[in-house]
Design a binder for this molecule. Structure first.
Ligand SMILES: [Zn+2]
Length: 342
């Protein structure tokens, strides 16, 4: 991404969970989560089980709006709604299209909701991709997949000619992931986190610095991998913010780290969604250079053009009503929070 003046290509969030926007302000879990598996069980798996398609729709609308407001024109989403699987990827793709954000979808296959849950997840990936949807085959993580389901995920991806988007060794609980995916992954795969991945696998490693800090899973030294992109793991889609955090975290481990090296991770997101290179974001700051941006907070888009169309200007989004989206998403968040089981 060469960045001259105040304009850049569209930014890419290479690992997101758009539904996560609805979890903000949720009631405290029944007890304090003290480990990464407990964070999944007490927070995220309670949230995703309670989702219905109306929640998915308005959570996605808000997540896509916030992406545009941050100059992010493409999202690689990883979705889970075990109570509303069928059609969920269409809802996400449609909502992103309405706002004007590009999206690669996948449904998170896992055995944690039983054999029927795994089948339903596989079927949703297959249905969406065969009907012309854009994305990958999704899988949660090796530690929630039986060998049989893992084989089915890989087989479906090969059949459909796409990669797999999966969490890999995010925490020591998934330390066996490298061995289980070895010989199966290819260059199209998206490997989220890779904090405790002990070997190189083909594909793109997605570093999610804020999420990793928030979950206390450790620092994965992403510079050791050949192909690295940046994601948020569901905490918004402000990629300049994520770049600054990735840079600060890298400096904390190696003070010789240059902003250019971390900027190259942000730019690598466009290899996953090449059209983002033709999108144009005009910023409040000049020049949009890594050494400036590593230390400049509050840089905002003034205009965002996607596929030649202005989808955001100084008045806000051009295709949708931002106030309505925020209000409808707040209603759905309240419904979600009221439904959380314990
Ligand atoms: Zn994730």
């Amino acid at each position: 991404m060469s960045s001259i003046g105040a304009t850049t290509p569209g930014l890419v969030c290479a690992h997101h969970h758009l539904y996560s926007v609805l979890a903000r302000g949720m009631p405290a879990p029944p007890r304090t989560a003290r480990t990464f598996p407990e964070i999944l069980e007490l927070v995220w798996w309670r949230v995703d089980r309670a989702l219905d398609l109306e929640m998915v729709r308005w959570g996605t609308m808000l997540g896509a709006l916030e992406a545009l407001e941050a100059g992010t024109t493409a999202i690689v989403d990883h979705h889970s709604s075990p109570g509303a699987v069928d059609g969920s990827l269409d809802v996400i793709a449609q909502a992103c299209a309405e706002v004007g954000v590009r999206v690669l979808c996948c449904y998170e296959v896992t055995d944690r909701n039983g054999a029927d849950g795994a089948k339903a997840g596989l079927a949703e990936n297959e249905r969406f991709l065969r009907s012309g949807g854009r994305g990958l085959v999704g899988a949660h993580a090796a530690f929630t997949l039986s060998d049989e389901t893992l084989d089915a995920v890989c087989g479906l991806a090969v059949d459909l000619g796409v990669g797999v988007h999966v969490h890999v060794a995010e925490d020591p609980v998934d330390a066996a992931a490298g061995a289980r995916w070895a010989g199966r992954a290819d260059e199209r795969w998206i490997l989220a986190h890779a904090v405790h991945l002990e070997r190189a696998l083909p594909g793109t490693v997605v570093h999610n610095p804020r999420s990793n800090l928030n979950n206390a899973v450790g620092y994965g030294r992403p510079a050791r991998f050949d192909r690295v992109a940046l994601g948020t793991d569901g905490i918004g889609a402000d990629m300049l913010e994520e770049f600054r955090l990735a840079f600060a975290l890298a400096r904390a481990h190696d003070v010789a780290t240059s902003p250019e090296s971390v900027w190259s991770w942000l730019a690598a997101g466009a290899e996953l969604v090449p059209e983002a290179r033709d999108d144009r974001v005009t910023w409040s700051y000049e020049p949009m250079e890594p050494w400036h941006l590593a230390y400049s907070t509050g840089v905002r888009p003034r205009r965002v053009e996607v596929g030649g169309e202005t989808v955001l200007d100084e008045q806000g989004p051009t295709r949708v009503d931002a106030a309505e989206i925020r209000a409808r998403a707040a209603e759905q968040a309240a419904r979600l929070h009221a439904r959380l089981d314990v």
